[in-house]
Design a protein around this ligand. Sequence first.
Ligand code: PLP
Length: 403
Amino acid sequence: MTDHPAIADRLNRISPSQTTAMRQRVQALKAEGRDVLAISSGEPDFDTPQHIKDAAVAAIQANQTRYTDIAGTPAIRRAVADKFRRDNGLDYAPEEILIGTGGKQVIYDALIATINAGDEVIIPTPCWVSYPDIVGLADGTPVLLPCGPNQTFKLLPEQLEAAITPRTKWLIVNTPSNPTGATYSARELRALSEVLLRHPQVMVLTDDIYEKLVFDGRQFATFVQVEPRLRDRTVTMNGCSKAYAMTGWRIGFGAAPRHLIKAMDKLQGQSTSNTCSIAQAAAVAALEGPQDATEAMRQVYEARRNRVVAALNDTPHLRCHLPEGAFYAFPDMTACLGRTTAGGTLIGSDLGFVFALLSEAGVATVHGSAFMFPGHFRISFAAADGLLDDACQRIRRFCEGLS
Ligand code: PLP
């Protein structure tokens, strides 16, 4: 039972977003006048590019302020279909596209519209915080497969094969990954596809929201591109939040076969209906306009990644892999367990570590357990260089103080 009789039992199956909880904690500390450096947030620190904001203003002036089709205006569905063709070599008709209130709603629509009680959903971990909770809300069973640094935080084909049962409904893959930055190559996706082709009941949800943020000249790849035979059972999800610094505008999109889009449209029609008409107009400008701002941001993230990872690997008791994409580092802090901070706190877990780091050093991060992977913590480098340098220095001093 929940703690108040008014609250439904289904809410017991989910927990509040722990990344949001950390953001609220930071705001409360700052309101008390505490000096806190927040490197916990998963959103770009850049402003939305000017031509996108101008398109939104023009949409308001043109009175594009009414309901649209549930799945989005014809213009945005066309722009998304063009994006998938241009960037990913995927051929989807506008009727096979749905626009949601952020990528999160597209995932929510897909899972709630398809999962029956007891269906299993394979989720490689570390994973984005919301997948297991949405599966739980749908009465499904998350099947978490640990994919540690020894396998570059990626699911292996033999692991997938061993986890599939007759109840398996979905595999969720996020590339580049939040929180590790792990980015699957076309070859790695092909190897997973070979397993999937042997199990036609398994659908694929690929979360490509960090597509534009890949490093070291890597080529982004997605499932249907490398294995078109998966098209009839794949939802390819993407959006504007990370690529165009548009987290607040709430534009995500999905491409999928018609029967799935129809079901997602039906569900969305009884919840939020269309996403904001003005944000849709802005997203058309984002997708069809110049892409140089996105590339400039990508380069900045790559430079920051290099600084942050070098600083972390120069810090006692921490070890950090090199993220291949997105804007997160996910250092291993297991060598800190059992040690005592300068302030006298015994570090017993990753959560204890991030709390002590926040209260003693004023640096806000997120514990690995929030991503179903203890022994680590997440740093977001979607923050200004100076702030990142200060934060890394504080982390270093904090770790040097452990005994
Ligand atoms: N998927 C992943 C892996 C994310 O990290 C996020 C946001 O943090 C989302 C989806 C949701 O994106 P949106 O803001 O478009 O809902």
